[in-house]
Every structure is written in structure tokens, then in C-alpha cells.
Design a protein around this ligand. Sequence first.
Ligand code: ADP
Ligand code: MG
Length: 251
Amino acid sequence: MKKIRISNLSFSYPTEKNGKLPVLNDINLEIKAGDFVVVLGESGCGKTTFLNLIAGFLKPTGGEVYVDDERITAPHFSRSLIFQQPLLLPWLNVNDNIAFGCKLRRDFDHLSGRITNFIKLMGLEGFEQVLPDTLSLGMAQRVAIARSLIGAPEILLLDVPFTALDFNTRSRLQNELTKLWLKLKFTSVFVTHSIEEALTVGKKIVIFSNRPARVMHTIELEPEIPRDINNEIMVSLKVDIQKRFQNINNR
Ligand SMILES: Nc1ncnc2c1ncn2[C@@H]1O[C@H](COP(=O)(O)OP(=O)(O)O)[C@@H](O)[C@H]1O
Ligand SMILES: [Mg+2]
């Protein structure tokens, strides 16, 4: 397990005529090894940019991101990213999609056993030879999760991974992801704009302001999982978070 340290992180995109669009503004955050942090913020506030900086796809314009004590300067397979869309390769069957990254890295050690294991973990038995276009979106997203986790990433980054799913599938996958996290013990940063989702899967919630994002507030949640988000404490937390967002927007 690895910890992530985000130190005075700022980021701007270049715009025309040498201008810049500030997106992240001096973010400081310590994410403990094995933690499950949910970043909650409104559309366009900078959440995807933030994940891309942790992944190493973007370079900070100010400050640094460290994993343990190593400064991130480039992507690495030990930090895996899961997106809203599964982005499977349409010409490869489920097994080959799951194995794709391992084969690229020539990581063949016990590969077929590991594939079978993830097929079971993700409830994909019977679909091993199927092509992605015949899968439901929920099944396809399971394949994408298996493809990420089979490489035993130390850090799993998730960018609104369940937003495109119907309510029931979404709840089921939230639950399954939590179980996988308890079992496999990766450090997780999960981005969402849903307060309910943050309360369901998070161990800690970090609330971003609107762009340029700053950390507005952090909330530590009770460790027990799965969580009943309809109990009194959770409902009052939800109202509290809603109010914080109203305040952001009334500024
Ligand atoms: N590659 C890019 N070039 C320029 N501006 C971008 C780029 N990607 C995102 N942006 C802008 O940066 C801001 C934050 O985007 P993003 O990180 O995608 O937000 P979020 O994921 O929270 O919706 C938005 O205003 C968006 O338009
Ligand atoms: Mg985004």
C-alpha cells in the first residue's frame, strides 16, 4: 500500500494568447496508505484534472504530488485509472480485455489463473469469450475494473466510474468495489459529483470548491462498511454537505 501526499498543488491549462485557465489552487492533502478518499465537487471544478495529476498524465504548474516519498513525474501501471466509460477494446473478448495490460507489460506470471480469479470476483463467469459490444454497460464496467485490478495497482483512481449506470447496477458495483478494496487493500481516490455515492463508498470525503478548486472541507466517515446512508447521522451529513455546496454557489 502507498500513501499519496499532495503538496501545494496548483494547475492551469494554457489558453489562447498565452493566457491560462486556473483549475486547481494550492491543494494540500495527505492520503494514507490503504485509505479510500472520495473527492466530491461540482462539474467542471477540476476533479478529472486532479486525478490526471496523481496518475502522472499531467504535470503540476505549481507544487508536487508524491507517492510514498517519490515525486510523480510520469504515469505508471501501479496507479490505475477507471473512467466513466469502460473503454474496452471491441475486438478482444472479455478474458483478453482483462489481460490486455498484463500482456503489454509482459507480466505473464500465473496469468490465466489470475484472469479466472478476477472473472469470479467480478461475477463474469460464462462471459469469458464474449465480445464487449454484447455486454451491458454494468458488465463492461466490471471488465474494466478487473482489467485495472489484475495488475495489482497500489493506487486506484476512479473518475465518476458509475455515473452512466442505472440505479441498481450502480449500487451493486459500489458495494462490490468496497468489498474489493477491503480484500485487495489498494489506496483509492474516487471522484464523484454525487453526495450519496460519496457517503456510500468513502472513508474520507474531500469537498472541492468550484474552479479553481481548493479543498473546502474534509469529513472522516465511520469505518463500518457497507454503510446505511439512510440513518440519522448520514442524513444529517448529507444535509450538511448540501448546504456547503449552496454556500459555494451563493458566493
Ligand atoms: N485539456 C484541457 N484544456 C483546457 N481546458 C481544460 C482541459 N481539460 C479540462 N479543461 C477545463 O478545466 C476545467 C476543469 O475540468 P475537469 O478537471 O475536467 O473538471 P471536472 O472533472 O471536475 O468536471 C473545466 O473548466 C474544463 O473546461
Ligand atoms: Mg470530470
